[in-house]
Design a protein. Sequence first.
Lengths: 231, 113
Amino acid sequence: MARLNVNPTRMVLTSLKKKLAVASRGHKLMKDKRDELMKRFLELARKNKSLREEVEKQLAEVYGNFTIASAVMSSQMMEEALMYPKQGVSIEVGEKNVMSVDVPVFEFTTTTDDLTNIYPYGFASTSGELDKAISRLSEVFPVMLELAAMEKEASLLAQEIEKTRRRVNALEYIMIPQLEETIKYIKMKLDESERGNQTRLMKVKDMMLEQAIRQKQAETAASLQEFKEQG
Amino acid sequence: MYKIGVIGDHESVLGFKAVGLNGFPCADSTEARRILHRIAKEDYAIIYITESLCKGMIEELDKYKDVRIPAIIPIPGMDGSYGIGMQNVKKSVERAVGADILFGNDEREKEGR
């Protein structure tokens, strides 16, 4: 593992140690976040799958009804009957926070109050099959809305999980090993220079001692000489 | 206030129009693409697109995947389901988990292993 390109000084060492502490804490938090997101996502995806199956089944039914209706009525008649919708649908988009991911919540309101009369046409020129198709469709519609919200949430969560996973991996396999390696390197370097210093000091001391001894010897020799000359 | 759009072939859209959604009938993916880009800029919160049209515009759908609004949801059209909607669910599972763990069993059954 490559180490960072830094000067091996005590100051850098302290700051790296701090960085490492932050990184490992962040790593732990991210990991927890990822696990929780994953848990929620899987729950959601399972629900999403079954809901989609449901919607697809019901829509197929609705289309079947429409096909029958269009077989009974002429296409112009049907077009005319459905041309001007009676109810308008608008939706409010709320916000829900799932593990710091903003997901939209859809709530729909229809402009008509009367839920029993949603048919935008008179009954005189249309067939009963069309009524059935329309009423089924308006039943399916809320489920479709739920599906939309759920799929959006799933894809947003998936994105967030992907991002978090990348971060966790980057911290776990790049950042933290790199910091550890660099810290180790600086420590070794510092120890090494410490040892170098120690030996140098010992050597100097040795030399000084030797010099002192030599001086002492010289002094003794000199005084001995002096004593002899006097005697 | 947001609106809901439905893009699809003429017959599929007709019914949705009747219950109050805004339908955009169109014949092929090129046209659908143009409509999608146009109405995505307007205040449409949900856009349903029939799967037969989705087939030709997967990249376009992916573009809107990571934004909060609009939600673009494939639905089966008059001509039945192509499994694109399911594919999307599967894709997001794969994206999150790294491997497909929800649908794996179904496929193995299909392939007869």
